[in-house]
Ligand binder design. Structure first.
Ligand SMILES: [Zn+2]
Length: 95
């Protein structure tokens, strides 16, 4: 019998922590041009399906009418508190 350490680590994280970290990651990965937000996690056995993504970009309406632009990006930056997960991925500070 073996222990899947990575799987155990995931189970200790809340969905919210993972989603917040993913949003922060999307900001860094896009070179600070957009964020991936408003994902809804659906648990499916051991898998998590992410649905209903919205992209907020620094260009007005680039990703459709749900793209609330730079104002939404700045709101995320102001409200986000990095978790240990953000630190594990060496994500930069937002403030
Ligand atoms: Zn963060």
């Amino acid at each position: 019998m073996s222990l899947d350490i990575e799987k155990c680590k995931i189970k200790f994280l809340t969905n919210q922590e993972m989603l917040e970290c993913l949003t922060h990651f999307s900001y860094e990965y896009s070179k600070k041009q957009f964020i991936l937000k408003d994902l809804r996690p659906l648990n499916d056995n051991d898998n998590i399906l992410l649905t209903e993504p919205v992209i907020f970009s620094c260009f007005s309406n680039r990703f459709g009418s749900s793209d609330m632009g730079e104002k939404a990006i700045n709101k995320f930056k102001d409200e986000h508190e990095c978790s240990h997960l953000c630190h594990q991925f060496n994500l930069g500070k937002l403030k």
